[in-house]
Write a protein of this length. Structure first.
Length: 322
């Protein structure tokens, strides 16, 4: 197939989308009906500077470069690479000048290997504290129940693009409304004040939420204002003692465990520390910020065997943990 695009960026983006689509079609077929040709297609991309016009050397170069591309990959010429490498964050590999049949001069080329998941590998992206403190300790149970599946868990705070990144499912915070994605609510984001037993003992009398205003409060964000509002102090401006910015609960919990102050933490994420007495909840007031944690995945992959298995297991685990 030959296609012409207005820009090199559009051409490479379309080539990657085509390869991803072909791979997805193969994965969603029953195992005994999967067509290997879906995953074996190769695509090359050239520009008019390589060969003048639609009927000139550019087409011949494109045809020859297609044989250089890896199965399921894309092979752009150097002139295309120069236009796209800063605009499309893809895994480019410089394969140097290529001597192509019936082309007089060597053509410098690159390979784009598009990372993908297989139907036997479940790739998960999740926010930090949920992944570290809640999900990771439970994944062994999932693997025991699904020994045919391998797992890959990447912890990150940013929102991934499922159309361009090799992930099957994600756990993210928000309102559950993301175009093109199926969302399942896991738990509301809620938090309460915690500190170490030694800090509590040395802080003196803490009998009312207002007493916290005289203490070092860890984590400089809107959570403290939300908690004081839930505790009946809507106009209070909490004193933040630390000049260090804590961007995850897992980090601020370590500061609290070390006796540096009072931290707002999600009780479900720190159940072992709470049960063992390493963290003490100061008040029963639990606040919410209006967002929840969600399991998300692309709508077109809803019936994928591995996604279905993980979805059913995770939702059951959430229910059992409540």
């Amino acid at each position: 197939m030959l296609a012409e695009f207005a820009s090199a960026v559009e051409a490479v983006r379309a080539a990657v989308d085509i390869q991803n689509d072909l791979a997805e079609r193969s994965l969603d077929l029953p195992e005994n009906n999967q067509d290997e040709s879906f995953a074996s297609a190769s695509i090359s991309v050239t520009s008019w500077s390589d060969g003048g016009n639609l009927f000139g050397d550019g087409v011949n170069i494109a045809v020859r470069l297609e044989g250089v591309a890896e199965p399921g990959g894309v092979c752009p010429s150097s002139s295309v690479y120069e236009h796209v490498e800063r605009k499309l964050p893809l895994p480019y590999v410089d394969i140097g000048p290529q001597r192509l049949k019936n082309i007089a001069r060597p053509i410098h080329a690159f390979r784009v290997s598009i990372p993908r998941t297989s139907e036997n590998l479940l790739s998960i992206t999740a926010i930090h504290t949920f992944a570290t403190n809640w999900l990771a300790p439970r994944l062994g149970a999932f693997q025991t129940a699904h020994r045919d599946l391998e797992l890959r868990l990447e912890v990150m705070s940013r929102v991934v693009d499922f159309a361009r990144e090799p992930f099957d499912v994600g756990i993210r915070a928000g309102n559950g409304r993301w175009p093109g994605l199926v969302s399942h609510e896991l738990m509301a984001e809620e938090f309460a004040p915690f500190c170490s037993p030694d800090f509590s003992a040395g802080a003196g009398n803490i009998s009312a939420p207002s007493d916290l205003l005289a203490l070092p409060l860890l984590r400089d964000d809107d959570w403290w204002r939300a908690w004081f509002k839930a505790a009946g102090f809507a106009d209070s401006e909490p004193k933040i003692s630390s000049a260090v910015f804590f961007n995850t609960q897992i980090v601020v919990s370590q500061a609290a465990l070390a006796g540096q102050g009072v931290a707002l933490l999600t009780p479900a994420f720190f159940a072992p520390d709470i049960k063992a007495g390493r963290l003490v909840q100061l008040f029963n007031v639990i606040a919410r910020n209006g967002t929840s944690l969600w399991l998300v995945y692309p709508e077109e992959r809803e019936n994928s065997r591995k996604i279905r298995a993980f979805r059913e297991w995770l939702l059951d685990e959430i229910q059992r943990a409540r």
